[in-house]
Design a protein around this ligand. Structure first.
Ligand code: GCU
Length: 414
């Protein structure tokens, strides 16, 4: 799959940097949607070090290979968070407590997390829902959400009793003994930011800097960073056990979830639904959305170094199975939608399957078959869970129930 860097797509990309990408109405692009058109590709071996040495022990993985893989993802794909010139101070403020939320099922707390240094300030509001009557601190899901938390609350539609406006079946979490924490992606960085003059980035600029460097954090990495800051806060929240937090996200937020959990080992588990390109799906299959589509439509979701791999995924020294592997030995659940070809269900399965090599090295149970399971079949008996639900790009009650069951097995049994 040799392609010219000077393709029309790449030139278009260079001219694109200054303008805001418009989201097309549909995803009927000229991308591969037919399995027989997937190019021949070779995955970078997850268990061979950059020096060419075979990795055969958990210690070699943890001390040698994993740091190499994380540095590659940081510098070439998502971008690293720079060290700010002046430390960022963080403060928490409880804005509201409602002890009788959802007919008394839950206590809801709205918490403002504020970041500040000499360069400026930014803030996010996080919603914390905990089941009333719990005997002690509960495990919880941290949802990276598209919905602005300021607008969240009960779903107004009576047929959606038990749901939040952001689509989450809150009652289902509570009934199963889980808390739920919600952060909104747009709080610290805009959905398709191209200027980086507001939000969290300016607090981290060095003298004279006004834009992230080529290897510095883009939009997704900033959302991932915010998830870790919420985890810091949860360490101070007595109703929640911060050691039993499953981060969960759909689509773009699935991508942000995986990068957050890979980087921050305090997260106990990751759930990524239809995370697709830059999520669980393999780049080198070039199926559905690919690097060119991603970086032309959303130029800074990743870091600028990722642009080099537009129409040139073969040169990328990592693929997404290696990111999932960096989450091991912690449990991970990947969910696809059978009609969501843009996110490449087969590529998402293969990402999880190839990551399983590392789970096995660490004494955990991964996915054993290279063949994808049938649509609707649930693989949740081990530490790498997967299902491909019939249907398209959404998270349904069915999906949430599978995530909650899987988390129940891993986070409740302790
Ligand atoms: C677009 C984008 C995907 C992303 C999705 C979403 O379709 O191309 O990469 O996952 O938006 O976040 O819903």
């Amino acid at each position: 799959m040799k392609r010219s860097l000077l393709s029309a797509g790449f030139l278009a990309l260079l001219g694109f940097a200054a303008v805001r990408a418009e989201e097309p109405k549909n995803h009927d692009f000229d991308v591969v949607r037919d399995e027989s058109k997937v190019p021949a590709y070779q995955l970078p071996p997850v268990l061979v070090s950059s020096e060419g040495d075979r990795i055969t022990t958990p210690e070699e993985w943890t001390n040698v290979r994993r740091p190499q893989v994380m540095a590659l993802f940081g510098n070439l794909v998502y971008g690293v968070v720079p060290v700010p010139e002046t430390p960022v101070r963080t403060s928490y403020e409880r804005l509201r407590t409602d002890g009788k939320f959802m007919d008394g099922l839950a206590t809801r707390k709205d918490v403002r997390i504020r970041f500040e240094n000499a360069k400026g300030s930014a803030e996010m509001t996080v919603l914390v829902f905990t089941p009333n009557g719990a005997k002690g601190p509960v495990p919880a899901f941290l949802q990276l959400s598209f919905v602005n938390t300021k607008d969240d609350g009960h779903d107004a539609d009576p047929s959606r009793a038990g749901y939040l406006r952001n689509g989450l079946p809150l009652a289902e979490f509570l009934r199963n003994g889980f808390g739920l924490v919600v952060l909104s992606q747009g709080a610290l960085v805009r959905h398709n930011e191209v200027e980086f003059q507001s939000g969290i980035h300016p607090l981290f600029y060095r003298e004279g800097q006004s834009f992230p460097k080529a290897n510095e954090w883009g939009v997704i990495a900033a959302v991932s960073w915010s998830a870790s800051r919420v985890l810091d806060y949860l360490g101070t929240e007595p109703s929640i056990d911060a050691k039993r937090i499953a981060a969960v996200g759909h689509s773009k937020m699935g991508k942000a979830t995986l990068w957050a959990v890979a980087q921050d080992r305090r997260f106990a588990m990751a759930v990524a639904a239809q995370s697709g390109c830059a999520g669980a799906a393999l780049w080198k299959r070039d199926f559905g959305e690919n690097m060119e589509k991603m970086v032309t439509r959303f130029p800074y979701w990743l870091c600028r170094n990722a642009w080099k791999f537009s129409r040139n995924e073969d040169d990328l020294p990592v693929d997404q199975h290696m990111l999932l592997a960096c989450i091991a030995p912690r449990p991970i659940y990947i969910a696809s939608g059978s009609e969501d070809l843009w996110a490449d269900p087969r590529g998402e399965y293969l990402g999880a399957y190839h990551a399983s090599e590392v789970y096995r090295l660490l004494g955990k149970k991964g996915l054993d078959s290279e063949a994808s399971p049938a649509v609707g079949e649930v693989l949740a008996g081990g530490d790498v869970g997967y299902h491909n639900r019939a249907g398209g790009h959404s998270v349904e009650l069915y999906d949430w129930q599978k995530f909650i069951e899987f988390a129940g097995r891993h986070l409740k049994a302790r």
